[in-house]
Design a protein around this ligand. Sequence first.
Ligand code: CFN
Ligand code: HCA
Length: 538
Amino acid sequence: LPARSPDPSAVISDLVTSYPPKVMRKRRRHIIVNDPQEPDQIEANARSVPGIITTRGCCYAGCKGVVLGPVSDIVHIVHGPVGCSYYAWMTRRNQSGNSVDTNGVPNYINYAFTTDLTEHEIIFGGEKKLMQAIREANEIFHPKAIAVFSTCPVGLIGDDVHAVAALAKAELGINVFGFSCEGYKGVSQSAGHHIANNGLFKNVVGTEDLPEEELTNPFRINLLGEYNIGGDAFELERVFEKCGFDLVSTFSGNAQYSDLAHAQEANLNVVMCHRSINYMAEMMETKYGIPWLQVNFIGAESTAKSLRKIARYFGDEDLIARVEQVIAEEMAELEPIRQDVRSRTQGKTVMLYVGGSRAHHYQALFADIGMPTVAAGYEFAHRDDYEGSRVTPTIKMDADSRNIEELSVSADPDEFRARKTTEELLALEAGGLKFADYEGMMPEMAKDALVIDDISHHELEVLIEYYKPALICSGIKDKYVVEKMGVPCKQLHNYDYGGPYAGFQGAVNFYQEIDRVVNAAVWRFITPPWAKQTANAD
Ligand code: CFN
Ligand code: HCA
């Protein structure tokens, strides 16, 4: 950590000192001084304290807004008051490559569909109105599938969206499925991710097959947990194609219904945002024997590392060589820009408070340009996202009988074996394959950096006063509070309308934007509150 970092224990006591004793004890458990060797237990995925200003979202946001929302050719009907639909409309910047105009594939992302529940339905029930909305949407748009999302009042009045969806499916002959993702469920949007994963797995994955001719490339992967914010998925699609990976589906950035429906045809799942989609990876491993490994395509170094990890998994010499070639080419292009930017950003400190994976992943991108992370935290991630998992499952084969002796993935060994040739299995074993060897935020952060879960606005302000970081990364709910303190704030949810930031070209975009942001003269013209206090005292 930089020499001017304050004493973490002094910071912690100031962070919680103004809370009532019970709240103080509660919040204290969400704050850890990091030890990367032995990450301490952090309280996470717990209820936010009422009255504290948290930046979390709700279950409906996690299900409809995050996981399902980016799928462009499903009609997403929000069953709830019109406000729920309006406030989730086009806010997350997930892009879609297809449009009705260019290739005839429908794209409903620009639409907001809702049943517009009013007092009448709250009293008499909203199922009829939902059925009517589904019929109407089908008649006008003829979609392949319709998904229904319940918001808070639906759970309170007890409408059975699943029964309505089943009836509509039988009547219309298209796939219609519902999600009981009422906003109040769970403690954050994390509950919504889980509900979305379960629903997609049950109703969509495995319902279509790919024709034989599309199964010739053995390096078939799904990219899980990438949502095409600011066009990230476009850059990753470019890199994968160059490497020779066949991208079967992405959950769910730039995705269409059919991609998800035949996702079981992939041979490997690579998991980007573990928090939102680990359930899917695990269910696909159990049912279809598809192993998964965690990747991070944020940052040039971590993109290179992740590509190597995938190539090593497949174990094919030509593939490994091609991936090395791609990395060499991309790095050669990027390196001069990185070095140039780094000369102006080196040593400038950053704090990151975002969602459930980016507060970790973006630390790699800052490391590329020499910017240390002094404090970070997630809004709603779980303990494993902080502390990491050191599970390193392996395959052990009996060389004579060529049977699996030991397989410590959760897949049924026989089913797993049935999907692989003996040669593939032997290659996996020889490659020392590691499956879920993902690491969380804490093992990769500096010693004595602060880790704070579900940070409140008050705590963020205290932290800024102590650390006076060169940059904060967070979201819309605190961006302008931060900037009024004279510290630039880069939104890592919507990228402040920039991007892409993933992959190699994305990293270049990010380096250049961060250079401009942290070195802009404008911040010197703002008098932060601590300077004003000194002025008053004088
Ligand atoms: S795109 Fe993802 S990367 S899905 Fe998740 S945990 Fe949110 S919407 Mo905002 S930006 Fe954020 Fe992550 Fe995964 Fe996004 S860090 S909070 S629910 N998130
Ligand atoms: C959500 C979506 C969000 C919000 C962004 C923000 C996103 O949580 O419902 O708070 O700035 O990425 O759009 O996380």
